[in-house]
Ligand binder design. Structure first.
Ligand SMILES: *Cc1c(COP(=O)(O)O)cnc(C)c1O
Length: 969
């Protein structure tokens, strides 16, 4: 026997599921001889790449982690006292392992199918309840992308709801964090909002102002009493946004009690790692009266078909997928997983635990301040929570060196320094700091009455700013404080939710592919997770190398000159890309170019983002085959040739087709002075075979949480970096704190310079382990899997739109509109799929009354077959309704999904069997996933909006109701 020691396990054979035999069978079913033949029938020859991607050789999983460890070691994990919106945390182990590192949570999709998403909906409702109670506001969302964008959303909500239409000045306190002000600048520009940045204590409030934003505690750490300021503002009809630190609100009078109209902030320090900038969930809380103007998702309480408690996303008519350019924001992917973690932190610690943590932070800060004062240092802030500001004078240099020697980072500004204490800070750390502050003055710890101070710590928060009101009062925050209880609570919620752990989630346009364990492992390594985004550049070599490599690889994949890794969702990428295009036109003296052509088939984020970028939207028609109507495009490009800014085009189209005319389309736009923005959500059909630059685009975003394996997390996190052609590179986003300026950079679009940096490692891992061949194969197999499903289903459901050779790209639209004739809606099919153990494909996008199916390369033939069997079985059920064999209204489709309690109830009065209802195909019995509630009632919940946890007594049985069951009745 000859032994081969060159064997290296190939990651691509783990990521791409179909094996050789399956592939052969699928090709045969489709009617082609080879994968190459299928691909050449699918992707027009003229847009195919001529050479393979130039990427490093693929690494095995084992080798990748070893190499990455070396990269990671170039990040120096210092103790961070930088603050500025980012604080080190102690992630409770039970939350880290069972949520952050658990595919049962992180591979879930956004909870559009509420009946199989009650767990995360409850967790997000907990988050909203937590935010409402801590801020003292009436209503909260779940959640936004980061503190800076949340502040910008608040500004926009104030602007769009202002009474005085001629007011266009927004006051910004100079003590708001610089990265937040930077984002406000970006957002203000296109609307013509004038920012007045100054001191809230001296600013003159005028009738031109529609709103103001202040920070609590302020950027310097100072805790101001803003009550009279708020009163004065309200007298002038100026609405007030407060950026608040969530931890401080445990000890401080909440903004809701002194006049805030909107409160925003980050929930990072509730148990979410800094991760060099993200991902973290921001919150947005306001008054009831604004409920229809709130950006982002709101979870609301409703009832299900049995009249029982159920949850779902509320007031969706505000959102981009329905309102398009009139939406309250462009938010799609947000930060669900991180909001869930922050909410769980409050559940685990409860009001007492959180208070002890906040008091300890506050106490250690006072200990530090008092000690430094005893040493003769000059403190610049009086009332504070966790941040002290000192003027170091000539000692700034020596202190800085001492801090570095002790592996500590402070926030320096000239001769001043701020030091922020967090949950991980120990009395020992404070002692260390005091010791070297003493040393540089030629003193020692003995010159400070450290122990006496320690024994006599009293708050420095003025009496009228000390919180008196209760918080986290709901039972959910007072029940699960032992680890067993917490573990079981987390698991009980997880068990209600269908994720990729159960079955394929064939969501068209969302690319729910494998999120490999090896890709996820490094995210929680300390070298990545414990880095502050504003850490000094000489400590972040590992991250810089990671970004450099990722930048290079993604540039190669897209064909572009460079990437910006800042936008932290696809929609943010769209906005960033459009702002870059805007800056380019402005720079050339073409500031009048503000028309965005958008095909009618576009995703809702496209028009919503274009509106945010100050563009006017002109819709381009699609023809009967789902392609852009080139004649219409030409006519409109010509009509607006003097004002044309850009075209936004998704490729392959949202109809799942590689349009032959794409090159011509791009040429038309360029000939009329416009730029081409490509929505990269469908990159999974392009990688290695064609590219955005190759088809003629100038900018595109990539949804790293679709094509490049970042998990969807039940609605976020995500990353939406943009790639641009050479002429646009100088305009890529900058940052107010970290210098990433490209020459003519636009202001920031995210709080952190590299967005949700820590999850970039996931995409880095994917590309490194797949290599050129693996990535290209992923695309080929995604197209194979889609065409196999198409083949199996096309005789049962009409497939809308195919390419010239009758092939689909990586996804296809199944038309369900005809079933309406006998009362079956597409929603009925979506809900019925749950009874078969499947999450519905994308419903009614981009065409109402249809579903869009995208299997991805990570699903084996066996799973595709199970899905097709379910769809075919449902089609037979529909036939039976049509033929009258099943009742028109009382049938398994209309009553879907069927819960265990419905199936096992003593009464069963439906004209079909329980077996048919719950176990419609043999394979279902082998592994039954039970929806935890019946069909949710959307209108009921929107009529009486409840978006915090209702009192448990409303829903729980009283103990006396528990009686001995009677048998045989
Ligand atoms: C997912 C998607 C978006 C939005 O991306 P997010 O990351 O969710 O913000 C935009 N366009 C299309 C076609 C998409 O599928």
């Amino acid at each position: 026997m000859k032994l081969n020691i060159d064997y290296q396990e190939k990651f691509q054979s783990r990521h791409i599921a179909p094996n050789e035999a399956d592939t052969a069978q699928m090709l045969k079913a489709i009617g082609v001889n080879s994968l190459d033949e299928l691909i050449s029938q699918t992707i027009p020859e003229k847009i195919r790449l001529k050479a393979p991607l130039d990427l490093p050789p693929a690494k095995s999983e084992f080798d990748y982690l070893n190499t990455l460890k070396q990269t990671a070691s170039k990040n120096k994990v210092f103790k961070s006292f930088i603050g500025q919106g980012y604080y080190d945390v102690i992630v409770p182990g039970v939350i880290q392992r069972n949520i952050l590192e658990n595919p049962g949570w992180y591979t879930q999709y956004t909870p559009y199918q509420a009946e199989i998403a009650q767990g995360r909906l409850q967790a997000l409702l907990n988050f909203q309840t937590m935010v409402i109670e801590l801020t003292g506001m009436e209503i909260a969302n779940a959640s936004l992308l980061d503190e800076g964008t949340a502040a910008a959303e608040a500004m926009f909500m104030q602007y769009s709801t202002r009474k005085n239409q001629s007011a266009n000045v927004f006051f910004v306190s100079e003590e708001v964090f610089p990265q937040t002000i930077d984002i406000l600048k970006t957002r203000a520009q296109p609307y013509g909002i004038e920012l007045l940045i100054g001191d809230h204590q001296t600013v003159e409030l005028t009738d031109e102002m529609f709103g103001a934003i202040i920070q609590y505690p302020a950027g310097s750490g100072a805790v101001y009493n803003y009550k009279s300021y708020a009163e004065k503002a309200h007298e002038k009809a100026i609405k007030l946004t407060v950026v608040a630190d969530i931890m401080s609100l445990v000890l401080l009078t909440p903004p809701g009690e002194w006049g805030a109209d909107i409160v925003v902030g980050s929930t990072q320090r509730f148990g979410v790692p800094m991760g060099f900038g993200g991902p973290h969930a921001a919150f947005f809380a306001t008054k009831e009266e604004y409920k229809r103007s709130i950006p982002g998702r709101i979870i609301g309480v409703t009832i299900d078909s049995a009249g029982d408690y159920a949850l779902r996303m509320a007031l969706q008519t505000r959102e981009q997928h329905i309102r398009r350019d009139k939406a309250t924001s462009n938010i799609c992917t947000a930060q669900a997983l991180l909001a869930i973690m922050a909410g769980m932190y409050a559940v685990y610690h409860g009001p007492k635990g959180v208070k002890l943590i906040a008091e300890r932070i506050h106490g250690l800060t006072i200990l530090l301040a008092e000690s430094l004062k005893q040493l003769g240092y000059d403190q610049l802030n009086g009332a504070y929570f966790d941040t002290v500001k000192f003027d170091l004078g000539a000692l700034a240099g020596p202190i800085h060196s001492e801090a570095v020697n002790n592996q500590m980072n402070f926030n320096y500004k000239g001769s001043a320094v701020t030091i922020s204490v967090d949950e991980t800070t120990s009395p020992e750390d404070i002692k260390t700091i005091v010791r070297f502050f003493a040393r540089v003055k030629g003193k020692s710890l003995n010159d400070v009455s450290f122990d006496e101070l320690t024994q006599n710590l009293k708050t420095v928060i003025p009496a009228d700013l000390q919180r008196k009101s209760a918080y986290l009062t709901h039972a959910i925050f007072n029940s699960h404080h032992s680890e067993h209880e917490m573990l079981r609570y987390i698991k009980s919620l997880e068990a209600k939710d269908l994720s990729l752990c159960h079955s394929m989630i064939a969501l068209g346009s969302c690319t729910m592919k494998l999120n490999a364990t090896t890709e996820m492992v490094p995210v929680t390594w300390a070298e990545f997770s414990k880095m502050h985004p504003f850490a000094p550049t000489d400590q972040v070599g590992g991250y810089m190398q990671l970004f450099d490599e990722l930048n290079k690889w993604l540039s190669e994949i897209t064909g572009f000159a460079a990437m910006s890794l800042q936008p932290n969702a696809g929609a943010q990428g769209e906005y960033a890309g459009l702002m870059v295009i805007r800056a380019y036109h402005n720079d050339k003296g073409d500031s009048h170019r503000n028309i965005a052509l958008i095909p009618s088939s576009a995703h809702g984020t496209n028009p919503a983002s274009a509106a945010m970028a100050g563009m006017k939207i002109v819709v381009v028609r699609c023809d009967d085959n789902g392609n852009i109507d080139v004649a219409d495009l030409k006519a409109k490009a010509d009509q607006y040739k003097n004002e044309l800014s850009c075209l936004m085009v998704t490729y392959p189209s949202t109809h799942g087709v590689f349009e032959e005319s794409i090159i011509e389309i791009c040429e038309i736009i360029h000939a009329n002075g416009g730029q081409v923005y490509m929505d990269g959500a469908n990159m999974n059909a392009q990688v290695g075979l064609t590219s955005p630059a190759n088809i003629g685009a100038d900018v595109c975003h990539l949804n790293l949480h679709k094509t490049f394996c970042i998990p969807h997390g039940g609605g976020g996190p995500g990353m939406g970096p943009i790639g641009v052609a050479k002429h646009l590179v100088p305009y890529l986003p900058g940052h107010a704190v970290v210098d990433i300026d490209k020459g003519k950079s636009i202001h920031a679009v995210s709080s952190a310079p590299w967005g949700s940096a820590s999850i970039l490692v996931i995409s880095h891992a994917y590309i490194a382990m797949m290599g050129s061949e693996g990535l290209t194969n992923a695309t080929r197999y995604a197209i194979l899997n889609a065409n196999y499903i198409k083949k199996r289903l096309e005789h049962h459901y009409p497939v809308l739109y195919t390419g010239a050779n009758g092939r689909c790209a990586h996804e296809m639209i199944l038309d369900c509109r005809a079933f309406k004739n006998f009362g079956i809606e597409v929603t009925d099919i979506a809900k019925r799929l749950m009874d078969y153990g499947f999450h519905a494909p994308t419903v009614s996008f981009p065409v109402a009354g249809t579903v869009m199916v995208e299997p991805t390369e990570s699903e084996p033939k066996h799973e595709l077959d199970r899905f097709c069997d379910a769809m075919i079985s449902i089609r037979h059920e529909i036939d039976n309704v049509e033929k009258g064999i099943l009742d028109k209204t009382d049938n398994p489709l209309k009553n879907a999904p069927h819960t265990a309690s419905v199936i096992t109830a003593n009464e069963w009065e439906h004209p079909y069997t329980r077996q048919n209802a719950a176990f419609p195909l043999p394979y279902v019995a082998a592994f039954k996933f039970w929806p935890s509630v019946g069909r949710v009632n959307d209108t009921y919940g929107d009529r009486t909006l409840i978006c915090s946890c209702p009192p448990l007594t409303d829903y729980e049985f009283e103990e006396s109701e528990v009686t001995t069951p009677e048998y045989g009745t």
